[in-house]
Design a protein around this ligand. Structure first.
Ligand SMILES: C[S@@+](CC[C@H](N)C(=O)[O-])C[C@H]1O[C@@H](n2cnc3c(N)ncnc32)[C@H](O)[C@@H]1O
Length: 295
């Protein structure tokens, strides 16, 4: 079961009313959508997007009692424009993005997201298309690998890790997450011995972000979502690492200078201690809110 992060805060900052039209751009297990639906019915509607067909199936099942008020859409959230046009929607009252991966994806070893289980190197959110982590790790030039690990993992030892990966794959293709984690550990494990995180955490994050073009998708989604909001409509974004949070912060700031958005959270909101204890995956969450200005 995926425990929705910052559930109450996110839903209350969406400022919902009965009859509202809401985009949940990362429906995942449907936890946020469920609370949103309770606040907007009767008369409201949630367009629930997820790139992951398996996630959407779980959400659809969980939300079946809401009938036609929940519209599941299997697509990348970077396509919000196209999705809302197809749904014949003019504008929306609120948008939620709770980015990253869900516990379902992390706990399903076969997806290849987790350092702690040994599975084939996939890491795609949408398993029907795109390059896999296997392609990146085995086919990309050492310099490109190093750049990916530096830019998307903010990993200091990117050069050393890329060199170890190249040396290892010359002997034999790197097939599994376990093999990759071991190679990274060999490259930098001793430098991480006093830290709590696994030495391959940043490398895994980097490859996942690259495979899914997560930062590009986030930028496109934010730009579109902001323009679909009604005056007074709210956008709430929950992010899980500094690269994402920086994009959200800068985008909100840019649009507030243009008088398109009013920033509601000067500083990002974070989970209470109790939530972090109950759900350690929430520990790095940051929530930012902005409101569309009347023009
Ligand atoms: C943290 S989970 C969301 C959990 C959800 N809010 C809940 O309460 O259960 C993030 C979800 O966003 C999806 N996702 C991530 N990037 C996406 C993208 N670019 N387009 C569409 N879905 C995406 C993932 O597949 C995952 O299911």
């Amino acid at each position: 079961m995926h425990q929705s992060v910052l559930l109450n805060k996110a839903v209350s900052y969406l400022n919902l009313r009965k009859g509202a039209v809401v985009v949940d751009a990362t429906v995942g297990g449907g936890g946020h959508s469920e609370e949103i639906l309770k606040s907007i019915l009767p008369g409201g509607r949630v367009i629930g997007i997820d790139a992951d067909l398996e996630a959407l199936a779980i959400a659809r099942d969980r939300l079946k009692s809401f009938g036609g008020s929940f519209t599941p859409v299997n697509d990348n959230f970077r396509n919000i424009d196209r999705i809302l046009k197809i749904q014949n929607i003019k504008n929306v009252d609120a948008v939620l993005l709770d980015i990253g991966i869900s516990s379902y994806q992390l706990d399903d070893a076969s997806r290849g997201f987790s350092i702690r289980s040994d599975a084939s190197l996939d890491m795609r959110m949408d398993r029907s298309s795109g390059i896999t982590a296997y392609d990146v790790v085995n086919k990309y030039k050492e310099e490109k690998l190093s750049e990916i690990i530096e830019n998307f993992g903010e990993e200091r030892f990117h050069n050393r890790i890329a060199r170890f990966i190249k040396d290892a794959r010359e002997r034999k293709a790197i097939e599994t997450t376990g093999e990759l984690a071991e190679i990274v550990k060999m490259a930098v494990g001793y430098k991480y011995r006093n830290l709590k995180i696994h030495p391959a955490t940043r490398t895994f994050q980097a490859i996942r972000i690259f495979v899914n073009d997560e930062l590009g998708a986030l930028e496109e989604a934010l730009k579109s979502a902001i323009f679909w909001l009604k005056p007074g409509g709210r956008i709430v974004v929950i992010s899980f690492h500094s690269l994402e949070d920086r994009i959200v912060k800068n985008m909100f700031k840019g649009y507030s200078k243009l008088s398109v958005l009013k920033i509601i959270t000067k500083k990002p909101l974070i989970p209470e201690r109790e939530e972090v204890i109950n759900n350690p995956r929430s520990r790095s969450a940051k929530l930012r809110v902005a409101e569309r200005i009347e023009q």
